[in-house]
Design a protein around this ligand. Structure first.
Ligand SMILES: *Cc1c(COP(=O)(O)O)cnc(C)c1O
Length: 465
């Protein structure tokens, strides 16, 4: 399988290179040159597979012969052995409400599904091809801890995660800082999230520094993350339909970066019988407005909501969808992005808007509706939704044959849950005792120079050890 850029500016590369590259060198996103097609007989067979075996089948289609099957199987086994549920991503039925629980990984949020695999893939490829990767990122909450858990203890990888001191939730902070592996470096900067992100951007823009120190990112645009997420759409369909290929299901997906729902779109394009993909956004509704109007336009601000992991103004994976919507026509993608750059909006024409409507519905959900949904679901079934999941469940109301993706454990969002139902959700084992555990974190001024100095010192200490 070969990968090209959505912007058409690179020579095709293989799977391993696509994973290590992350972002294409022309600024576009990597996509496979073709989408593998799954026939109905294969689908029926796949419906009997456990999560790991299914992941092996799906990934093999995109990896080709670049990683021997036994090695890939081993990678997948190790990635999902860290999940607390034997099914990895179980589908549960609460009085007719079907929930695909994606939060049984080590940080209790769905990003673990992708980042556990990505960490092992990085380690494998660095070991095989020789190399070293120093991951640098800024986090306002969930992504940082999932990335840290993805690469903790891995050879040839160091990870530096900046968070704004005192401005992430205590659980999120402790999830990161209690990971004591030597290759994990937490940095609390005395500033805001924007300061932290600005510093990371400056480091990546300093090309000599970036290449001298082999800096890399773990962001939501890595193709391997999309693939890992595609697996659970197949898995959920198999569990719910027991392989009855005449049954089509819809999925309601709380999304901000268009990552999770793009994985569903990929599954649909591969031939999974999906009816509607419901894009569930919070007040940050750029995606919802796009589906409703065909215009993708940046709003005036990023609003803080009860579902913070979706407080995003621009959806980084949307470019991949634009590419497929226009049948792989990179020139059109470039023209649309240029319009976006110039004017803050891009318009797809009526015919393409109609195509989007054939795949997607979209609903923007307010904080009040989110709280009301947590309350209503708790009252009818005793099941506690996290606020992101509640956005998706609200968006799914009135629809039948739909699976709602649960993207985080409710115990991670103490205040919202408390406000909705007057009590806290019981903690899963991964979150218990966090406050008592030993922790390690460096505190730095929010300046590029301070962080650069810290990185250089840590990396040279590591290489001489
Ligand atoms: C990251 C995240 C999302 C949104 O995921 P996308 O990649 O934007 O689709 C939703 N819920 C939770 C809990 C998350 O951490």
């Amino acid at each position: 399988m070969h990968y090209v850029s959505t912007r058409g500016g690179i020579e095709p590369v293989g799977f391993a290179q696509a994973v290590m590259m992350g972002l294409a060198t022309d600024g576009g996103l990597l996509v496979p040159t073709q989408i593998p097609q799954i026939d109905l007989a294969t689908l029926a067979q796949w419906s009997r597979l456990g999560f790991q075996d299914l992941a092996l089948e799906v990934l093999t289609l995109f990896v080709g012969d670049e990683i021997p099957r036994d090695h890939l199987r081993d990678l997948i086994e190790r990635s999902y052995a860290t999940f607390a549920h034997p099914e990895v991503t179980p589908v549960i039925d609460q009085d007719g409400l079907r929930i695909l629980e994606l939060f049984h990984g080590p940080t209790a949020a769905f990003k673990d599904v992708a980042l556990q695999l990505l960490g092992n893939l990085f380690e494998y490829l660095l070991e095989r091809d020789g190399g070293q990767l120093n991951i640098v990122g800024a986090t306002s909450g969930d992504t940082g801890s999932a990335a840290i858990y993805g690469v903790r203890g891995k050879d040839r990888i160091q990870i530096f995660i900046l968070h704004p001191k005192g401005r992430v939730s205590p659980i999120q902070e402790r999830q990161m800082t209690t990971v004591l592996d030597e290759n994990v470096h937490n940095i609390a900067v005395r500033g805001t999230f924007d300061d932290a992100q600005g510093i990371v951007k400056a480091l990546f823009n300093d090309l000599p520094f970036k290449s001298a120190h082999r800096l890399g990112a773990v962001n939501s645009i890595n193709w391997a993350r999309i693939l890992a997420q595609t697996v659970y759409y197949f898995y959920a369909w198999g569990r719910v339909t027991a392989g009855d290929v005449s049954r089509r299901l819809s999925f309601s997906v709380p999304t901000g970066n268009f990552g999770d729902v793009f994985a569903g779109y990929l599954a649909k394009r591969m031939g999974l019988p999906i009816d509607r993909l419901v894009i569930a956004t919070n007040r940050n509704d750029i995606l919802t407005r796009f589906v409703q109007t065909g215009v993708y336009a940046v709003g005036d601000a990023v609003y803080q909501t009860l579902s913070p992991a979706m407080d995003i103004q621009i959806a980084s994976n949307f470019e991949r969808y634009l590419y497929y919507l226009h049948d792989g026509d990179s020139a059109t993608v470039r023209a649309l992005l240029e319009q976006m750059q110039r004017t803050g909006r891009l318009d797809v024409d009526a015919a393409h808007h109609a195509r989007a409507l054939a795949d997607f519905d979209a609903v923007a959900v307010t904080d009040e509706q989110t709280l009301a949904q947590i309350r209503a679901t708790f009252e009818t079934s005793g099941y506690i939704l996290c606020p992101h999941t509640a956005v998706g469940v609200h968006a799914a109301r009135g629809r039948s044959d739909i699976v709602c993706l649960a993207t985080a454990h409710p115990a991670k969002f103490v205040e919202a849950v408390q406000e909705a139902i007057g009590r806290e959700a019981p903690q899963p084992p991964s979150l218990r005792g966090l406050m008592e555990k030993e922790s390690r974190c460096s505190e730095l001024d929010a300046t590029v120079a301070a962080v650069k100095g810290h990185l250089e010192a840590s990396l040279s200490a590591g290489s001489s050890a």
